[in-house]
Design a protein around this ligand. Structure first.
Ligand code: PLP
Length: 422
């Protein structure tokens, strides 16, 4: 009796001493990130709520970039083959930290043949998708307080990864007439603290593709800045939409123009399997400190716990290099949504790649546009979360039927704005 009373008192004393004060218990920045989900996710959840209320077919959700075209049949067969034919120990075991050597070899051979890069297996680090590639790449080149330049609009998670790496995101605008970098602003933003610049072509959220001319100019500006400030500037090329280009456009690859490049790739979009989490980092073989950068990538992967990318997925992708989902479906969706939206009188640049349409708000306010669209059950992401105001993003990786169904709603929305062409 006395001992249990003593225990109660002891517990009370510990509780009082260890004040469960949230700030001292957990990381405030992580708490903030966890409690504030992204605007895109919020809209998606809102869509699910509306679907439950009024019916699936009444809501036109254009919020997420979740591929709707099925994963290729051949890839599905590779899964089955591997599961049936390979011993579970080999299939489900740990791989080397940067990935299976035979997989990295197969990927490097494919990249050499397809893109003429002249890389080695030792330039590749297999990852759990482009998000992991970016988080690792940024942490491997950033020191506390370094600046990382992002071209606005940009994928919102860049800021999260940059800050987690101890860096500071510095926004540089693109030219709104063609969504190519504003080089004048870039030159002003570069400085002795610049550790990296991120490019994303084809782009989320604009659908723009960096032209060869832009990449040449970018390389020139960065080379000049390196010489002027005496530091290496790494170009991080985020390429999850590399295969999604339209109208026969030949995609210009940053690694062909600038030596200090790290490529962040993923098969999420090209093989329609974002949930399987597989991608890679490639340090350009022409990077000045190629091996040191790669070692830092390994260290960064280790420190973030991103080692041994999913083993089964490494095998599956290595067996399907060069294979893609039926990307022609996105080309058809692009034409249809572009015709509907611009036909209603809205202003949008015709996207050259990815599966997004960036539409100007008739009121100049993206949030207001998104809110007003909700009245017609159209879910469009306001551009503020991408670091630019005045637009909405439409993800057209959705069923053809949804796009067709949305025409009436877009017409009603246009009429609401009093657009002339309606
Ligand atoms: N980068 C961009 C520009 C993206 O749009 C996405 C996902 O939508 C990612 C990176 C992350 O890709 P993953 O799903 O392969 O992590």
């Amino acid at each position: 009796m006395i001992s249990s009373l003593k225990n109660v008192i002891l517990i009370q004393q510990i509780q009082q001493r260890k004040d469960p004060n949230i700030e001292t218990m957990i990381n405030a920045k992580m708490l903030e990130l966890g409690e504030n989900s992204s605007e895109i996710r919020d809209l998606y959840e809102y869509g699910n709520k509306r679907k439950a209320e009024i019916g699936e077919d009444k809501v036109m959700d254009f919020s997420l970039g979740n591929p709707n075209v099925p994963c290729p049949e051949r890839v599905t067969r590779s899964f089955i083959h591997l599961l049936e034919e390979t011993g579970p120990a080999a299939l489900h075991g740990y791989t080397s930290a940067p990935g299976y050597m035979e997989v990295r070899k197969a990927v490097s051979e494919y990249v050499n043949e397809r893109y003429g890069i002249e890389c080695e297996p030792s330039d590749f680090y297999m990852t759990a998708g482009a998000a992991a590639s970016l988080a690792i790449a940024l942490k491997s080149v950033c020191n506390e307080g370094n600046e990382v330049i992002v071209f606005a609009p940009y994928f919102p998670e860049y800021r999260v990864f940059i800050e987690n790496a101890g860096g500071v995101a510095k926004e540089v605008p693109v030219r709104t007439e063609d969504f190519q970098p504003d080089f004048h602003a870039l030159k002003k933003a570069l400085g002795p603290e610049t550790a990296a610049v991120i490019v994303n072509s084809p782009n989320n959220p604009t659908g723009a593709v960096l032209t060869e001319e832009s990449l040449k100019e970018l390389a020139q500006v960065l080379d000049h800045a390196q010489a002027r400030f005496g530091n290496e500037i790494i170009l991080i090329s985020d390429e999850p939409y590399r295969e999604l280009v339209y109208d026969g456009i030949k995609l210009a690859l940053p690694a062909h123009y600038y030596d200090n490049t790290i490529v962040c790739y993923s098969w999420s979009k090209s093989l329609s399997m974002p949930g399987e989490r597989i991608g890679y980092i490639m340090v350009s073989p022409k990077a000045k400190h190629r091996q040191k950068i790669f070692s830092a990538v390994c260290g960064s992967g280790r420190s973030l716990g991103y080692v041994c990318a999913p083993a089964l997925m490494q095998y599956v992708t290595a067996m399907n290099l060069g294979v893609t989902s039926d990307l022609e479906e996105y080309a058809k969706n692009r034409q249809l949504i572009y015709d509907i939206v611009t036909g209603c009188g809205f202003e949008a640049a015709r996207p050259d790649g990815a599966f997004y349409l960036f539409v100007k708000s008739p009121s100049g306010d993206g949030k207001e546009f998104s809110e007003r669209a909700k009245k017609y059950e159209l879910l469009l992401v306001p551009s503020d979360s991408f670091g630019i105001e005045g637009y909405v993003r439409i993800s057209y990786c959705v069923s053809r039927e949804q796009i067709e169904r949305s025409e009436e709603a877009f017409r009603a929305l246009a009429a609401d704005y009093g657009l002339a062409d309606n």
